[in-house]
Write a protein that binds this ligand. Structure first.
Ligand code: SF4
Ligand code: F3S
Length: 112
């Protein structure tokens, strides 16, 4: 079992999650983070720390966000590790809770 970063991290990147992870298994892309599923020890510390409610246990990822399970797998292999909290993205408050940021024309924002 692993935890998964989902849609609402996009364009927010608050990074509170990074600070509490005991095994440093977060990886940073241009506009959101992912968790490496093979490194996550399922401690659940990060889930309540995310102000954007973007982190779910793998078995609790909402139906409309299932694609993020595989995205975390793939992107954790190519994005760099992040181990320290940093400033959130400039428009984080504006984009927090915007639904389906990864869908439609904004798919390019994933920059895979
Ligand atoms: Fe890190 Fe624990 Fe969150 Fe997994 S569940 S990403 S080990 S803080
Ligand atoms: Fe993203 Fe939430 Fe972490 S917005 S960077 S998953 S604290």
């Amino acid at each position: 079992m692993t935890f998964v970063v989902t849609d609402n991290c996009i364009k927010c990147k608050y990074t509170d999650c990074v600070e509490v992870c005991p095994v440093d298994c977060f990886y940073e892309g241009p506009n959101f983070l992912v968790i490496h599923p093979d490194e996550c020890i399922d401690c659940a510390l990060c889930e309540p720390e995310c102000p954007a409610v973007a982190i779910f246990s793998e078995d609790e990822v909402p139906a409309e966000m299932q694609e993020f399970i595989q995205l975390n797998v793939e992107l954790a292999e190519i994005w760099p590790n992040i181990t320290e909290k940093k400033d959130s993205m400039p428009d984080a408050e504006e984009f927090d809770r915007v639904i389906n940021k990864s869908v439609g024309p904004k798919l390019k924002d994933l920059e895979r």
